[in-house]
Design a protein around this ligand. Structure first.
Ligand SMILES: Nc1ncnc2c1ncn2[C@@H]1O[C@H](COP(=O)(O)OP(=O)(O)OP(=O)(O)O)[C@@H](O)[C@H]1O
Length: 593
């Protein structure tokens, strides 16, 4: 059977009817060619007719057959696709479950972080590459850090560019399998219109995730999300998350807080403070955070809030204790600066009302926050009345001047947070319950009584300059063994190239090093043994006058001798005398550092 005979049976009816003799294949061919040739001009392809005839004679059979077969394939493909989409729609609607996740929710972060660590699991050819930016506190492999030509100094140029990117699913549909279950991930982005702060609306990108599984119950998705969340927090264990108010336009979108830091927990023993005070605040917070406490408060009609005031001179550990407390109880810290120019009273209330169930809210240096006091408001109102009276007796020019002044005064008043606005946010009717509020100040006397009345401040903790005993403790904390680095990291570290230092302390490129730099680089060890530490610490403590220096000042001095405790003791007398002199003369310049 030749090609013509084969395709003759497959020709469409219309072509067959047009054939004068069924058995006469050559006549039939001519007819097919005529039909196609007569169609070509109709669809604007007149010039193709000779080419079509040439193709026919070259192949030895009519190209119409090929067109017919292609037509069948196209139609079959269409049909199969229609059937596929129909069945897919049926399955999606009746056999699949879906959970939607907004990109503003923490679950989005958990899932994307987890997916970025499962490169084989995301069966996708559409990925999004992201540069991995590490926070200052994340551990780094020392072998990935470059050095300068001398091999002595670290060099961090283009460090982010040298790090391998991480991949996450791009916008669109993705499929993956987890624990033998099929999951479909739809990452979609759309522009939504939002009112801007200045009254001008803008389009903002909004992203959502839709995760589906092949099951009539969303249980497998819930299990996956729980797993991603657990994984995320096991990586972030022993960390304190610091959040700050989001930018103003984001706050309007109900996304009030943004994470600004994720730092290692500050160990309580690194905060040198009177032991009794430390235990008192720890016990108080523990009691308050206990799951039975809300019922106890509710039964007595007491609002579930706890406030602390940490007061004392600068650098005495108020912020440090706040972080250590958050670390002990595993709480996030939400830091608010009342000096933030875009923060309105309305924003402040909304920030307080969107806090998580348990957290620490830190209002630092509350005395400098420039709160407008009730008296000032009264005075301002009084002044305004007086001016109004005065204005009745003035000429029209004076009235204009006065109106300008009054307008400016009113505008000034509108700026910033008033005391009543803050009190309202802290414990107003709509205020959040369950949080721990910590306010810090250097000058407690300058605070308004209303702000620190019991109920708003339940416990005051006083921070003072160091005693001899505290100086000794600070010394021990500075030089005791370093427990920070996780084992797997030190194991993985490749040997750091030893700097080529000559005996006179100069490097191979000719730079001359100070004696302490060259010896620190050489040894990396302390200039005392750890057994000597308690005695050396006692000697140091004895040299520090009681109640004169802040822990921050002592820490600063020791940090400059971080590998040289013995030298720190030897040079302490000189430093103490210089600092006392500096404080007495109120100069800012230190003679001995
Ligand atoms: N009591 C302390 N124990 C241990 N370290 C301290 C102590 N006080 C201060 N430091 C150290 O001094 C530095 C400043 O401390 P911190 O910020 O806690 O002081 P602060 O009282 O909050 O100061 P400010 O009033 O200026 O905000 C930190 O690096 C901290 O480690």
């Amino acid at each position: 059977m030749d090609m013509n005979t084969l395709f003759n049976g497959m020709l469409p009816k219309v072509v067959e009817n047009a054939t004068t003799t069924a058995n006469n294949t050559s006549a039939s061919d001519g007819m097919h060619a005529n039909v196609v040739e007569s169609l070509l001009p109709l669809i604007g392809l007149r010039g193709f007719a000779p080419m079509y005839r040439f193709l026919g004679s070259w192949l030895g059979w009519d190209p119409t057959y090929l067109l017919t077969v292609l037509g069948f394939i196209w139609a079959a493909n269409k049909l199969v696709r229609q059937i596929f989409y129909f069945l897919y729609g049926l399955i999606t609607e009746h056999l699949m479950s879906t959970i939607h996740i907004s990109s503003t929710d923490d679950i989005y972060l958990h899932l994307m972080t987890w997916l970025s660590r499962q490169p084989k699991m995301v069966n996708s050819r559409a990925l999004m590459a992201e540069t991995v930016s590490k926070t200052a506190w994340e551990d780094e492999d020392e072998s990935t850090v470059a050095r300068d030509r001398s091999g002595l100094y670290l060099n961090f140029s283009n460090q982010e560019a040298r790090a391998a990117p991480q991949y996450i699913p791009a916008i669109g549909l993705h499929n993956f399998w987890w624990k033998g279950q099929y999951f479909r991930l739809h990452r979609k982005k759309e522009s939504v219109f939002e009112d801007g702060s200045s009254g001008i609306g803008t389009f903002k990108d909004k992203e959502d995730l839709m995760i589906s599984c092949l099951w009539r119950s969303p249980e497998p998705i819930k299990e996956l999300l729980a797993h991603a969340k657990k994984q995320y927090y096991s990586d972030h264990q022993a960390r304190t998350i610091v959040k700050r108010p989001n930018a103003q336009f984001m706050r309007r979108a109900r996304n009030n807080w943004q994470q600004v830091a994720n730092r290692p927990v500050r160990d309580m023993k690194t905060v040198v403070l009177d032991q009794h005070q430390k235990l008192q605040v720890l016990a108080d917070m523990n009691e308050y955070l206990h799951p039975a406490t809300p019922r106890w408060y509710a039964n007595r009609g007491i609002p579930l809030r706890r406030g602390y005031l940490f007061h004392g001179p600068p650098g005495t550990g108020k912020t440090s204790l706040s972080f250590a407390l958050a670390g002990v109880f595993g709480l996030d810290i939400h830091v608010i600066s009342l000096l933030e120019p875009t923060l309105t009273e309305e924003d402040l209330s909304s920030l307080f009302s969107s806090l998580p169930r348990r957290c620490v809210v830190l209002l630092e240096d509350i005395d400098t926050a420039g709160l407008r006091r009730p008296e000032e408001e009264v005075q301002a109102a009084g002044k305004e009345n007086a001016r109004e009276e005065e204005s009745n007796q003035t000429t029209s020019n004076d009235i204009k001047e006065l109106a300008k002044v009054l307008k400016k005064e009113k505008e000034d008043q509108k700026k910033g947070i008033s005391l009543s606005g803050l009190l309202n946010a802290i414990d107003g009717v709509a205020s959040h319950e369950g949080r721990v509020l910590i306010m810090t100040t250097n000058i407690p006397e300058s605070l308004d009584d209303a702000l620190i009345r019991p109920g708003r401040v339940d416990l005051q903790v006083q921070f003072t300059y160091s005693t001899k005993e505290q100086a000794k403790e600070l010394f021990i904390r500075m030089y005791e063994g370093d427990q920070g680095r996780p084992r797997h990291h030190t194991d993985a570290v490749k040997p750091v190239p030893t700097p080529d230092i000559k005996l006179n302390g100069s490097t191979s490129n000719g730079d001359v090093l100070s004696p302490e730099t060259s010896s620190a680089v050489r040894s990396g060890e302390l200039d005392i043994s750890l057994d000597e530490l308690p005695e050396i610490a006692r000697q140091f403590g004895d040299k520090i006058p009681d109640g004169e220096f802040s822990p921050a000042e002592i820490q600063g001095y020791l940090l400059k001798r971080k590998k040289h405790p013995r030298r720190a003791v030897e040079e302490a007398d000189k430093w103490v005398a210089a600092l006392i002199k500096q404080k007495a003369s109120r100069t800012k310049i230190s003679q001995v550092q």
